[in-house]
Design a protein around this ligand. Structure first.
Ligand code: TRP
Ligand code: ZN
Length: 869
């Protein structure tokens, strides 16, 4: 590291001295290099300013002109171009050369399987030309692309296609014009040869929008579901948010090499092919739902992100938290609200809470950033969405939508802040969000500790709620937050006891605002069972001494499905925790009959939705369990979780088997009902695989599967139950699919999380599988990311081999793709959560990485934080 990377602080935000109102880009794409001519209209914003700094990275500068004259007053630095002696308004012309073929970072202009594509968020546009590469500079873009016609028949960019032509040398060009001013991170260009799926959507006001999905040749039969999802998204945003699409064309391009899920470039989304391509042979139900969610997410960004963008990158949650909230609501309105909520809550309680306890802890609106790519996090996205959801809970749908209206009235066409959003919500309703704003600046996971006291003389119930937020790596002092705390009371016969204060009904959502606070309810005639934190009304942990009986009661009687699932999870949590302590004390594992019976009741329930039963029967992951302890004992956790799974499997064998057989569906459809049935049937399979008939059952499941969901479930069951037929089914799958990386990701993932002895050696061996490549982020995450994140017993093996393996990989990725490296490193950063032997082995690997002389900013920021705290 020649120069220490510098941090930027939110408090230092300053509007730019100059802005760019128009930019005309001219791309000439050639194999050896691409030529980019950028003509910008620049205007002074601060009187007297006569110099400006343009961001640039990995560019070869050819010329600089101001108002048509060569401009000698510039200086190139490692970070960009400093221009001086500038007039107050001028035309700037810059020519750069870039080498897309040499770009392995997948940021800026790069090649994915021979097609040119771009990724500019957050700061990738500076790898295309020198520019004010910041989200508060909004310009109208026109783009001309010239390339060889045979190799690149499609030349795409943002906005409308306004011209095209042929050149004599076999090259052709297309001219694009985007009428909406946008920041540079929303620019996109794609040039390649694709199969095209076309459709159209009539907006509510009657305009026709052309819909185009571009996929690799031969994949047309996998694009239909993405198209349906897109049309559903457009319709839903009109119906629920009153928002209509604003261009005449919407294009989506699927690429195999992509660092993240997808990107919302104006009118030209670029997607990881994982979130576009699906058919029944290749995609699981989870894939189908993931595609719907991500297509929705990127589409919803058109208003929350593009029409109103972010003033600076510290405000990222303004667009991401809000857009995640919108995509969650979309999936919930179209599918099962309870199942969606459960899966979202699992992510917050598992990996997001873990992030709060890591060296990278940050508020949803970070204060200090070295590499922006490091802040596309679970905290900004998922907790950010929870913060929006809490406002929705506090205000109600009607006021919330009024707030959205006001937000667009005030900020459409501009770059806004999180504060602007909260203010609009506040002004449109009668809510006071003064204290609530702390959720934007305070990091960490608040803990709620609740005690209850029933007075059978006065017929009152007192709930005392204490809130406490443990300090985090980034922030010592914490203040009490406004926490919406949703509760309901039940009588022993299951009836709801209305919440009353002084005889008047009160809202189920309590406003917790103090460090300690008591809520008293009257006219409570019997000691009630209390359902708490319903719908996970705030991203907090809950401590309350529930008895097993109360939890079993809530599993049956709670009125809402989420609460019933959550009661089951709390019951499991109690017994998992107790047993981990027993294992650590050398005692045997105990799992009471009554607890098993509570789950038997769920399996036998006729009224519960099958998809919900599947969720209730799914144990928390080893990682989520690890989060319940100060020192994570991976071996004890694994042992206890396995033992409980086996107990349930043995005790409930008859019920599981009956369900398994009754849920068999002859024909394959992807309605929510049939997805729910498959989901429960495959959960049953996972349990039954542990029984005597495991091999036979899983083999038969594999042989008879007529869709990828069932096929993948057979592989997963064989893997997790460590069946003897595992190698055979895995080999059969690989023989059939090794030509298809996307499908093979399911297989690599199962190699990654294989619980068997020798898992690490096997992972290393699979890196030479013909379908594997460290250059492809999806492959890398499936095999290596899953091993390091989701195979705690083997990653944390006491000899430290897992840690060394990860850092060997990181040394390679540090150069070829630091963004992927930086996501992979997370499990190593959390070394403080483990015993001292493991801690020192992990720390040693971080210290080894810290010494790299070309350490990327991404890794530098994380390693430094981890080693300094
Ligand atoms: N804005 C994208 C989304 O959430 C995120 C994204 C896609 C991204 N590609 C990226 C962020 C590359 C950083 C770098 O929809
Ligand atoms: Zn997003």
């Amino acid at each position: 590291m020649t120069q220490q990377p510098q941090a930027k602080y939110r408090k230092d935000y300053k509007a730019p001295d100059f802005t760019i109102t128009h930019i005309d880009l001219d791309f000439d794409l050639q194999a050896s290099m691409s030529r980019v001519i950028a003509k910008s209209r620049v205007t002074q914003q601060v009187t007297g300013a006569d110099s400006m700094f343009l961001d640039g990275d990995a560019l070869s500068l050819q010329r600089v002109e101001v108002n048509g004259q060569p401009w000698p007053h510039y200086e190139e630095t490692s970070e960009g171009l400093h221009l001086s002696q500038l007039p107050s308004e001028f035309d700037l012309e810059i020519e750069t050369h870039i080498d897309a073929a040499a770009n392995t970072l997948l940021e800026g202009l790069y090649l994915s399987d021979g097609a040119y594509c771009t990724q500019c968020e957050a700061e990738g546009f500076r790898r295309i030309t020198y520019y004010l590469d910041r989200p508060d500079v909004l310009a109208k873009f026109t783009t001309k692309i010239t390339a060889d016609k045979a190799a690149f028949p499609f030349l795409l960019s943002n906005g409308n296609n306004v011209g095209a032509g042929e050149l004599s040398d076999g090259r052709h060009w297309v001219q694009w014009d985007d009428p909406y001013a946008k920041p540079s991170y929303l620019f996109a260009l794609v040039a390649g040869d694709f199969d095209l799926l076309s459709d159209k959507f009539k907006t509510r006001s009657g305009r026709d929008v052309a819909l185009e999905i571009f996929v690799d040749k031969g994949n047309l039969n996998r694009a239909e579901h993405a198209m349906t999802s897109l049309k559903n998204s457009m319709k839903w945003d009109e119906d629920r948010f009153d928002l209509e699409y604003d261009l005449d064309i919407y294009m989506i391009v699927a690429v195999d090499f992509f660092n993240m899920g997808a990107m919302e470039n104006k009118g030209l989304n670029v997607f990881n092919s994982k979130y576009v391509l699906a058919n029944s042979d290749t995609a699981t139900d989870t894939d189908y739902l993931g595609i719907e969610a991500v297509i929705g997410h990127e589409y919803f960004h058109n208003w929350t992100g593009n029409r109103v963008t972010c003033r600076d990158w510290f405000q990222l949650s303004l667009k991401e938290g809000l857009t995640v909230f919108r995509d969650q609501e979309f999936s919930s309105d179209l599918g099962s609200r309870a199942v969606n909520r459960i899966n979202n809550v699992r992510i917050v309680r598992g990996p997001q809470f873990a992030e709060d306890r890591s060296p990278m802890a940050h508020p949803i609106r970070p204060e200090k950033v070295i590499e922006m790519n490091n802040f596309y996090t679970l905290t900004v996205y998922e907790k950010g969405s929870e913060v929006i959801r809490m406002m929705h809970t506090l205000l109600g749908e009607e006021n919330f939508q009024r707030g959205m209206k006001l937000y667009f009235e005030r900020h459409d066409g501009t770059a806004a802040t999180c504060e602007d959003f909260v203010k609009a919500m506040e002004d449109a309703s009668d809510a006071d969000l003064a204290q609530f704003r702390l959720w934007y600046s305070q990091s960490g996971t608040p803990e709620l500790t609740v005690t209850s006291d029933f007075d059978d003389k006065a017929n009152t119930l007192s709930l005392t709620v204490k809130q406490y937020t443990p300090s985090t790596a980034d922030q010592k002092e914490k203040l009490p937050l406004l926490i919406p705390f949703d509760i309901e009371l039940y009588a022993a016969n299951g009836d709801v006891i209305e919440l009353q204060r002084n005889g008047v009904a009160v809202d189920n959502v309590l406003r917790v605002t103090e460090a300690e606070q008591t809520f008293v309810f009257d006219n409570v005639e019997e000691n009630p069972v209390i359902s708490m934190l319903r719908e996970f009304s705030a991203p907090v942990t809950l401590n309350y001494e529930y008895s097993d009986e109360d939890l079993a009661f809530l599993m049956v009687h709670a009125r809402n499905e989420f609460a019933r699932w959550d009661a089951g999870q709390m019951l499991l949590a109690k017994h998992i925790k107790a047993n981990v302590a027993r294992v650590q004390a050398g005692e045997t594992i105990i799992f009471p009959e009554e607890v098993v019976d509570a789950f038997r009741g769920v399996l036998l329930s006729e009224e519960l939705d099958v998809a919900l039963i599947a969720e209730v029967m799914t144990l928390p992951s080893e990682n989520e369990i690890g989060g319940w302890f100060d020192v994570v004992d991976v071996d004890a956790i694994h042992q206890v979780r396995d033992a409980i799974k086996l107990s349930l499997s043995t005790a409930l064998a008859d019920e599981l088997s009956a369900l398994y057989h009754s849920l068999n569906q002859r024909t394959y459809t992807i309605t929510h009902e049939s997805i729910g049935k498959r989901s429960l049937r495959n959960v049953c399979l996972g349990y039954l695989a542990l029984g005597e008939q495991g091999n036979a059952l899983v083999s038969a499941h594999f042989e008879t599967a007529n869709n990828m969901t069932d096929t993948a479930a057979a592989l997963a069951a064989a893997t997790h139950a460590e069946l003897t037929n595992r190698d055979a089914v895995m080999a059969a799958f690989s023989d059939k699919w090794q030509h298809d990386g996307l499908v093979m990701d399911k297989w690599f993932l199962l190699q990654g999380c294989n619980p068997s002895v020798g898992a690490l050696d096997n992972v290393k061996a699979q890196m030479s599988h013909p379908a594997f490549s460290l250059k492809n982020p999806n492959r890398t995450r499936s095999l290596i990311g899953v091993f390091c994140n989701n195979n705690p017993v083997h990653f944390h093996e006491k000899d430290g081999a897992g840690y060394k393996f990860l850092s060997d990989i990181l040394i390679q990725l540090n150069e070829s793709n630091p963004q992927v490296a930086s996501r992979l490193i997370d499990p190593l950063l959390k070394f403080k959560r483990f015993d001292s032997d493991r801690q020192s082995l992990m720390r040693a690997q971080l210290e080894r990485l810290a010494l790299l002389d070309n350490l990327a900013k991404d890794l530098y920021e994380k390693i430094n934080k981890a080693l300094e705290v």
